[in-house]
Every structure is written in C-alpha cells, then in structure tokens.
Design a protein around this ligand. Structure first.
Ligand code: SF4
Length: 402
C-alpha cells in the first residue's frame, strides 16, 4: 500500500469512529492522558497529519510553524476534519503548537479547544513537576466537565486504566521481541498496531494487539528467546540498559530510527520502497508516536487518579521539548551498544525546532558510540520522497547493506 493509502486509512479510522457514534476528543501531543479523556466518556483520537491536504491558509500561522501543524491547520480550514466534541492541545511544548492553539481558538471560536500545560522540568530533586502536572490535570478534568457536561467517573477511569495498561504491556513486549528477532513481526505491522490504538483506544483494537502478542510470544517461546526478551524489556522499561543480558543478534543489519513527531509507518514505507531492502533492518524506533508513546509506564489503579496520570506522563521517555538532553543522549549511547545497533536514521519534521535542536547532539552521541548516522528531513506530504530514498540508500550502502 502506498504511504498515502496508509495514512488515508487512518483518517478514515477517525471518520469510522465518528460514524459509529463515538464522541471524540482529538489530541495532538503524544503524552496525552488518554485515561482522563476516557474517564469523561469520550474517545481520545490522535489527530494525524495527512498527505494531499490543500494548503492556502497557512499565512495565518507564524513563519516558524512546522509542516506537521500546517497540515493539521489546513485540514481544519478545508473542513476535512470530521465533527468531534473537542480538541486537546499541549501548552509549553513548542512554539508551533502554542501558535496553532492560539490561532485555532480565534479562527474557529465555535470549536471546543482544551489546553494541558506540561512542565518542562523532569529531573528536579523535589516533586514540583508532579504537583504542577497533577493540578493541570485536575483543571483539565473540571474544564471538560463544565464545557461538555460530562463528569469524570471512576468506572470509566478504571476501565480505561486496564485497557491502556494491557496495550502498553503488549506493545512494549512486541518492541522488545523485535530487538531479538526482528522477523517475528514486521516493523510496519507493529507501527500499524500502535497507530490503530492511538487513533482509537477501544477494546476491539486492544484485543487485536493482545492476540498478536500471544502469537509472537508462542513463536519466541519455541525458540527459547523469552528470557533475553524479558531482560531487554525490563531495560527499556527502566530506561537503564546496563543490566541487559548480552545476546547474539541474528545476522543482518540493525538500524535504529530516532526523532520526534514523524509517522513510524512513513519510515517503514520509505524503507520498504527501496530495492532489495525491507523493514526487518529497523530494529527499534525512538519516535514520539512509537516508542515514546508505548513506553510510558502503565498507571497504578489504586492511587489518586490525577497524581498517577501525572507520574506516568513524567516517567515516559523524554521529548526534545523537555529538559534532559544529557539523559537522552546517555540512554542512546547505552542503547546502541546493548542492542547491537549498526546505524541511526535521524528523522526531523520539516521546520521543527526541537528536532533540529536535538539532531546534532544525537549525531555526536552516535559518533562517540562509533555508529554512523543519516539525517532525514520529512514533511507529511513526503514531498521529497525520491531524494530521501536515495539518501537512505546511500547510507545503507555506506554500512554495507543493500
Ligand atoms: S513536529 Fe516539532 S515543531 Fe511541530 S508540533 Fe511537533 S515538536 Fe512542535
């Protein structure tokens, strides 16, 4: 299927949800408290950038706006978004999203726009970030209740916590499994499953992922690989790979994809489009809508809901929009060594300041670890696809692949 086909499928997924009578709150940022939205009786759905959107209204946005938010804004101005109950934007992440939210509120004053402001601090010696985010989540909850007349209910919350816990544990296992045996499940399929859940976190999608996980577990058990997978899984969950058991990877090249809010499936599609290469060379991603969404820790159901949601968000793998560059680079260096990575594909959303700020540090960390890198600027249109493919192909050749 073409990249456009893949993404159109996801857009139609949102439409199908709306047509099935689900009441949707769309969200933009990966670290959104899905449990909170579900607790209010709405279905959270990740708003995707989609190719083929006619532009023309971007002049409303400031010049620094990235290609991702330009695409979202054009979907709205072209009336290509299905009717939804509200939209949740993040605050304090990047200028592009701050600008988009402000303009959206003015231009489309009839839309219900919510904002959750995130603390930038993650590593303070006190619990100030957690207290701050807990309060923000409480404010968001009361705003949703007063605006949409739908209270937070404990039953809904508990169901949501179970659903999302199962998704995270299954998807985390699948990520760890591919590190050891990348052919057990294609990267494209894993990206599709994660994408489906982030677009529609409902029981039927969770059950599909659980079924796939059981099948993968069965296959890996018969190969005697569950022990090493558990060790890698635990290292990825704790973000500490120092205690991962050593293992001999299967022969073949092993690439890691890093970056922010680019579509994991877009990368897989590009790789699969290159002659005599397939996505089994993609061992792992550290992307916002992939690894960083999946490896947020599941919530402890017995604690205070707002405190527990705040803890989970703050313990998720970090974004370039947050502090912690040194921690991220140290983790990256440990990861490439422990997981036998041969090369890094650094994806940058076009005109994304956070991605462009982080990329040189990633290059430096990879070089210190003796790993080659290639930087790939992308936009949702993949407008430069031919050149991207050539660039990746040249990179693969430099690694002795293809
Ligand atoms: S891609 Fe970058 S600039 Fe655009 S919304 Fe995401 S973090 Fe912000």
């Amino acid at each position: 299927m073409s990249y456009e086909g893949v993404l159109e499928q996801s857009d139609s997924g949102l439409r199908e949800l709306v047509e099935a009578g689900e009441e949707i709150i769309g969200y933009i940022y990966p670290h959104t408290p899905l449990e909170l939205i579900l607790a209010h009786g709405f279905t959270p759905s990740l708003m995707r950038a989609i190719p083929g959107i006619t532009s023309g209204f971007e002049e409303s946005l400031q010049t620094f706006a990235c290609s991702y938010i330009r695409n979202l804004y054009n979907q709205r101005t072209n009336e290509q978004l299905p009717p939804i109950s509200g939209l949740l934007f993040p605050g304090n992440t990047c200028d592009s999203l701050q600008n988009l939210t402000d303009i959206w509120k003015v231009r489309f004053s009839e839309d219900r726009v919510f904002r959750l402001t995130y603390p930038v601090t993650r590593y303070a010696n006190d619990d100030s970030a957690e207290i701050y985010l807990t309060k923000e989540l409480e404010i968001l909850s009361s705003t949703i209740e007063s605006t949409l007349d739908r209270p937070f209910t404990t039953d809904n919350y508990e169901r949501a916590v179970s659903l999302i816990r199962e998704f995270r544990l299954d998807a985390q296992f699948l990520y760890a499994a591919r590190v050891v045996d990348p052919e057990v499940l294609s990267y494209t399929e894993l990206a599709r499953l994660v994408r489906s859940f982030l677009s529609a976190p409902v029981t039927s999608v969770g059950s599909e992922i659980h079924r796939v996980t059981l099948l993968v577990k069965e296959k890996l058990k018969s190969k005697g690989l569950l022990g090493i997978i558990d060790s890698i899984l635990s290292g990825l969950q704790k973000k500490d790979l120092s205690k991962v058991n050593s293992f001999k990877p299967p022969s073949g090249p092993r690439l890691l994809v890093v970056g922010g809010m680019v579509e994991p499936q877009a990368i897989a599609t590009i790789i699969n489009g290159i002659d005599s290469v397939d996505d089994s060379i993609l061992i792992l991603d550290l992307l916002s809508f992939g690894f960083k969404s999946v490896f947020a820790p599941p919530i402890n159901r017995s604690g205070n809901p707002f405190e527990e949601m705040a803890k989970s968000i703050l313990a998720a793998p970090g974004e370039p929009t947050q502090e912690g560059l040194r921690y991220r680079m140290d983790f990256l260096k440990d990861l490439v060594k422990a997981l036998h990575i041969d090369g890094l594909i650094i994806c940058e959303q076009s005109f994304c300041d956070p991605d462009q700020f982080e990329a040189p540090s990633i290059e430096k960390a990879a070089s210190a670890a003796g790993i080659r890198t290639v930087r790939i600027p992308l936009d949702p249109e993949l407008s430069d696809r031919a050149r991207i493919e050539v660039k990746i192909q040249t990179f693969l050749e430099s690694l002795g692949i293809s």
